[in-house]
Write a protein that binds this ligand. Sequence first.
Ligand code: NDP
Length: 278
Amino acid sequence: MTKILDGKALSTSIMKKLKSAVAQQKRLITLAVVQVGDDPASTVYIRNKHKACEAVGIRSLHIHLDGEITSGSLLDTIHTLNSRKDVDGILVQLPLPYGIDEGEVIRAIDPAKDVDGFHPVNVGRMMLADDCLLPCTPAGIIELLKSNGIEINGKECVVVGRSNIVGKPVAQLLLQEHGTVTQCHSRTRNLAEVCRRADILVVAVGIAHLINADFVKPGAVVIDVGIHRTSDNKLCGDVDFDSVKDKVSAITPVPGGVGPMTIAMLMQNCVKAGHRGS
Ligand code: NDP
């Protein structure tokens, strides 16, 4: 019987615990979300983040800047947020408009307020397994595996994708949990063959239904990070869920798997940043 790894239920229970932790805080925790321009997907993601803040009892500020803003003005906004004592977390919604250097913007955020966990200081600390603000999607994946009693220690873990926000950090966290990790990307030869080695297969490629039953070993655990809207307006992942589900021991659904965990980990980072600030 395949176990469906319910990220929504776990996220709800984490957020409930965070809500009581926040209620015990003497001061209000504040997240500042910076949006540049009017990308519709970003607007939806930001709305969801604000809703999550509301659910946990965190104050959220939406700093909505014109899409034509210069890098200099955006950096000034970040420096101001860095110096504000009432702001605990800063998140710049990506992608930024063409012409703005995302790396420069991320590096401008105070690492102690970098609730996305993208600043090089946090990335470096993560590599060293030091205390830091972890990137939300990778941290959520590890939490989902652990909460479902899925052992990582000694397991063959294959990560498909090597982005800075998902692929690379999740591979690093799996390694820290003592998995034997293989990282795949667009140049990987015989992808299906490599994926079939996996006890735990994490897929973050951004191609709908790339992974089907030919890519999975019977009994594997499959984590699908991808999120896509189909022509009939439904959501699907990088994994062909219907093709794979009867062959694996556990799998995340899309929606309701990794996505809600990402939000829960963002809230967790805000609370952590808030504790440091108090
Ligand atoms: P990126 O586009 O930054 O990275 C995609 C990675 O996949 C790259 O490393 C690329 O390789 C690799 N890749 C592309 N094509 C292939 C292929 N045919 N075979 C093997 N590897 C391939 O994507 P992200 O990591 O940012 O996101 C991946 C997916 O996850 C997207 O659908 C995104 O929307 C979703 N996502 C979901 C989140 C959630 O909370 N649920 C959070 C973040 C992302 P190369 O490096 O060689 O180009």
